[in-house]
Design a protein around this ligand. Structure first.
Ligand code: AMP
Ligand code: MG
Length: 316
């Protein structure tokens, strides 16, 4: 039997595409230093080429060739959070092709916290550019089967590492601005970052980072975000009108019409994050027209979940 990781590394060396699990979501990887491989990523996703990609590396030592300078701030954050769901945006070196950064003078880098991802990166021996392994605008895949459903034959190798533990994308922190600014909330909270480097600027406005559209991460079903108190009446109203609906909420969900697909209770923010995208996909698979979602508390990763729900709602 051929070792899947070795097959993946060979595919990367040949300029191919490899989908691999990370602790956040599945990534669609190609050799970050090969503009042709990078262009294949954009084509497979149907993603506009000015949306920059995150470079994945095996350890903080591999940061040096990609960036202008490894600053003390970057070093402190890497020591604290890598491997882990924190992406650092830094002035780039000349080694990083324009294709990866969308022509920007900054590059986004992280070390993923997943044994298969790290094995792949070590076996390949270079940086791997990888956005989430979904078609542009769709929810990120959190299971290997989701990648197969979305991208199928356009990927040379799909590594199966089971369901992703975190379930929403990494936090993107821009170190090129002063103070550093959170461009996308994610797996590491602002509080965790501030405990290491002091105050940072919070995410502000919808299009904070290039490629972070207001409408994004959206299932086929329309998403409505609402309070727990408003859920029963709205569910009755839509189900009564003959709509096939799904509901997702952190806490217990009171009895609803039989036709309603219950996707929760999703529980605490971390369990909510872990099931969010799989719940979106399930609602689509069952042909639901609407997902009614009560967001988790705005603490820890709950901030990222609320961000994704708002973007999914804006996209529907
Ligand atoms: P995804 O590939 O879908 O996980 O998203 C990657 C995200 O990282 C992009 O949409 C941007 O928000 C962010 N990003 C990547 N590179 C840069 C960069 N050079 N500057 C700012 N943000 C970046
Ligand atoms: Mg994505």
């Amino acid at each position: 039997m051929t070792d899947p990781v070795a097959m993946g590394a060979r595919a990367l060396m040949a300029g191919g595409l490899v989908a691999f699990p990370t602790e956040t979501v599945y990534g669609l990887g190609g050799n970050a230093l090969d503009p042709v491989a990078v262009s294949r990523i954009f084509a497979a996703k149907g993603r506009p080429t000015d949306h920059p990609l995150i470079c994945h590396i095996a350890s903080a030592d591999d940061l040096t060739p990609l960036v202008a300078e490894v600053t003390p701030l970057a070093r402190a954050l890497a020591d604290a959070f890598w491997p882990g769901p924190l992406t650092l945006v830094m002035p780039r070196s000349g080694a990083v092709p324009d294709a990866v950064t969308g022509g920007r003078d900054t590059v986004a880098v992280r070390v993923p916290d997943h044994p298969l991802a790290l094995e792949l990166l070590r076996a390949f021996g270079g940086p791997v550019a990888a956005p989430s392994a979904n078609r542009f605008g769709r929810p990120s895949p959190t299971r290997a089967g989701d990648v197969r459903d979305e991208l199928g034959d356009t990927v040379d190798v799909i590594l199966d590492g089971g369901p992703c533990a975190i379930g929403v994308e990494s936090t993107v922190l821009d170190l090129a601005s002063d103070p550093p600014q959170v461009l996308r909330p994610g797996g590491i909270s602002v509080e965790q970052i501030e405990a290491v480097i002091g105050p940072v600027a919070a995410a502000s406005g919808p299009a904070r980072a290039p490629g972070m559209l207001e409408s994004h991460y959206a299932p086929g079903a329309r998403v409505e975000v609402l309070d727990a108190e408003a859920l029963p009446a709205r569910a009755d109203e839509l189900a009564g009108a003959g709509e096939h609906i799904a509901v997702l909420a952190p806490g217990a969900i009171s009895p609803l019409p039989d036709s309603v697909l219950v996707l929760g209770p999703a529980g605490e923010p971390d369990t909510y994050a872990a099931l969010l995208y799989a719940a979106f996909r399930r609602a689509d698979a069952e042909g639901c027209a609407v997902i009614l979602a009560v967001p988790p508390a705005a603490e820890g990763i709950g901030v990222a979940v609320r961000d994704r729900l708002a973007r999914a709602a804006a996209g529907s």
